[in-house]
Write a protein that binds this ligand. Sequence first.
Ligand code: AMP
Length: 350
Amino acid sequence: MTTLGILGGGQLGRMLAMAAARLGIDCHIYCPEADPPAGQVSAAVTVAGYDDETALSAFAETVDSVTTEFENVPAATARFLAARVPVHPSAEALEIAQDRIAEKSFLNGIGIDTAPWRAVDTLADLTAALGEIGPRGVLKTCRLGYDGKGQARLNGPEDAPDAFAAMKGAPAVLEGFAAFEREISVIAARGTDGTVRCYDPGENHHSEGILRTTTVPARIDDATRAAALAMAERIVTELDYVGVIGVEMFAMPGGTLLVNEIAPRVHNTGHWTIEGCAVSQFEQHVRAVCGIPLGDPARHSDAVMENLIGDDINAVPALLAEPGAALHLYGKGEARPGRKMGHVTRLVTG
Ligand code: AMP
């Protein structure tokens, strides 16, 4: 029996473990939080810190390979484990994705456009950056931001002091405001043999920085679709990446694509693949990191995935009764505002 170790215990790990089970693979979850959602459906759980070398060594003894379901697993943890057992994605890929400046430098360095950006460590840097890249922008902490956290919008130089204060002294990056037509993402997978498989781009709708829905197909023309897939393929190949990655893009008027960010893991905008494809992003990731040949990412249906956030959980009785609604609940106790409690996917038929 193969055992896959997963660093992180949230819903992404939970859905990875469920996909692994279908392939006859056991999962061992490692995370610092007690009672992780992924642990409820896994063969083993270790609750310990990412810097606990004794616990990490013991974990490495029990698994055949290790992956992550959370991009902020310290790169040092991945490096420590990689000396003992195969780890995908690599510490280097995690390091790039964990720091917005490293990420944008990498992307721009391989010829992929992003919104214009400047590093911001002081209020004077921010004022200068606004002068250079325009009056509107989004200031983001370089590290540890997600779901719109650690971000401040600026509509003009007058917003600079408040936006800077919102960073709480953390190194930040100012991005020029991207007046996009729509947001799309490509879920790409690369195997240990270098094979790349991409899912059809999804169109994403966010509110308050949190993903609400993903719809496939995205409303983009064939040339934009081809360009998006080519960009994702270039990113995973240049990173020498193994596993699934989410590449979020802004589709600009005129057809240009800017990459917003890369997430070195299975991705919320790829949840529709569970119902919409024979091989979901979760199974694809398990295949990639376990050295199993990748599967067919073809989409057999149109689909809409809707996140259930906070109080949306109250809609569960209605969703249970709704024909065609594929409901996924993550086994989280308390429905706090902004907390992802589950999702529902509806295939679009007829
Ligand atoms: P992020 O955490 O970087 O993915 O940002 C969350 C969401 O904020 C994105 O999905 C966009 O809807 C919006 N956003 C982020 N950066 C920008 C930008 N530079 N211009 C316009 N909207 C942005």
